[in-house]
Write a protein that binds this ligand. Structure first.
Ligand SMILES: [Zn+2]
Length: 251
């Protein structure tokens, strides 16, 4: 678990879109995940992906029977291009409005100009869905994590993201901001206070999207429902930072 694949060309990372649970759908690629929420009064998209995979995103939305023109809001987990590059073109096409964490507002301007900025405790509401925002700096200063509920077969599930798990910016030559390591640990502790039944990663390796989608498709068993994975993933993130620190101490 928690291992990655790489591709020479981004569009080779094509993935079949599918319903994860309730009103939550996967519309991303191997290089970067995107999720679609059908609120009953319009769609919310979480992250858009690389510009090279914009056509895959649009195709995935159509394949599920939705229209990209019904996307009202796009929420971005952080400013990096793998989550935001496709946004400008998507919004030009559809008129969707964009959200991002307040502290990523300046840096994201190299990819798109955000309409709204999000802070701790903000709630993005549309139709049947209320998405709570938690500031979780570390990977970038403005990384946000998102929490909302979805219902399937009369059961309600807590869905959660960790908006910036990557340790690639926790090494000094790639710091997004001073104090990012301490902030990352604080964020992990904050994230642990949430109960998450369905963890949706912003990269497929976070939650084994590929394997689980295949099991769901072939057997109907939904392994995305897993109340332990959230904690396990946060432990994995913490251990990875510890390993970086240990390597440094040995040098
Ligand atoms: Zn990133």
């Amino acid at each position: 678990m928690f291992t990655r694949k790489s591709f020479s060309k981004l569009y080779e990372g094509v993935m079949e879109p599918f319903k994860i649970i309730g009103n939550v759908y996967f519309v991303g690629t191997f290089p970067a995940s995107s999720h679609l929420i059908d609120t009953g009064e319009g769609l919310i998209l979480i992250d858009t992906g690389y510009s090279d995979t914009l056509f895959l995103l649009i195709n995935s939305i159509y394949k599920l029977g939705f229209s990209p023109y019904d996307v009202k809001y796009i929420i971005h987990t952080h400013w990096h291009g793998d989550h935001t590059e496709a946004t400008a073109a998507f919004c030009h096409l559809t008129g969707a409005k964009t959200y991002i964490g307040k502290k990523d507002a300046e840096k994201v301007k190299q990819h798109f100009i955000p309409d709204y900025l999000l802070e701790e405790g903000d709630v993005v509401s549309l139709g049947n869905t209320q998405i709570e925002v938690m500031e979780t700096p570390g990977h970038t200063e403005g990384t946000i994590s998102l929490f909302f509920k979805t219902t399937e077969n009369g059961k309600t599930y807590n869905v959660g993201t960790f908006g910036g798990a990557g340790a690639n910016t926790l090494v000094p030559e790639r710091y997004d901001f001073e104090g990012c390591r301490e902030a990352y640990i604080d964020s992990l502790n904050k994230l642990r206070t949430r109960k998450v039944d369905v963890f949706i990663g912003n990269h497929v390796w976070n939650n084994d999207t590929e394997v689980k989608s295949e099991i769901l498709r072939t057997t109907g068993e939904n392994k995305f429902i897993d109340s332990n994975l959230w904690g396990e993933f946060l432990d994995f993130c913490e251990n990875r930072l510890k390993e970086i620190l240990e390597r440094e101490n040995k040098q």
